[in-house]
Design a protein around this ligand. Sequence first.
Ligand code: UVW
Length: 305
Amino acid sequence: MTEDFRALGIRLRNWGRWGADDERGTVNLITPDRLVAAAGLIRRGTVFGLGIPLDENGPQSGNGRINPVHLMAETGDEQLFPGGFRYADDYLFMPLQGSSQWDSLAHVYYDDQMYNGFSARDITVKGAAHCSIDKQANGIAGRGVLLDFPALKGVDWLTAGAVISPEDLDAACAAQNVTVGRGDILLFRTGWRRKFLHDGDAAAFMAGEPGLGQDCCEWLHEREVAAVGSDNWAIEVLPGEFPDAPLNVHMVLIRDMGMSLCEILDLEALAEDCRRDGVWDFFFAAPPLPVTRAVGSPVNPIAVK
Ligand code: UVW
């Protein structure tokens, strides 16, 4: 693996594929027929919530992003409505990237261009004029497939810096007897959430992580995967494979391929269930919040089997 991320980005680029004005990228691969087929994967009616709790015990260490802060605006105390009615109201203050989240296609850019050639100048203090997360508000749902790397490798979790390669993706598919194809949403478990639940070390969670190596971009491109999600915080391995180009996988997937990333998921209960019944695909739904001009969104995805 020696290819410069820019050269790879040019090879795998989806710019123009869904029109010059497209702002949704590979989510376009989830066509109505694929969505109908994905709904057929609901066999038992068992639902798995994949979002982590929105509270102060999240994995943010305060270095740039904080954990959600929940504030009560009203508790009902001192309210005097006729008839005895009282109400409680609250606020949530959080970075949109602080918890389980979608990265929009405006989240990452390089060389002054974002996905589909839109100018990086479209991103200002007022938000993103193109490729913001609200452009994905009608989705994202479809066939989800989970690949479980700790199960494949016989460990509780992969270690920080452990590179998941295309061969690992193939090996997980073979071991689990599942295929990943056009329009699928690929979820992969590294065990990073499990490690955080075990040691509670937010600084360690954020300092590095196991994740996809750059070669996996081509694997995802060849299979025409619609979106990718994981239990780590950046999808890709950190520290990265190229010290002079950190977040290279982000740059190729988001900016060149137009792939939305779903991060900091809790895949523990879903993985346990899949190991038990041997079924690794399911209906997946993860609508982002339609925050106008936002570059990301908190999300509570569900997998339904
Ligand atoms: C960065 O882009 C740095 O992180 P994330 O994708 O987790 O928001």
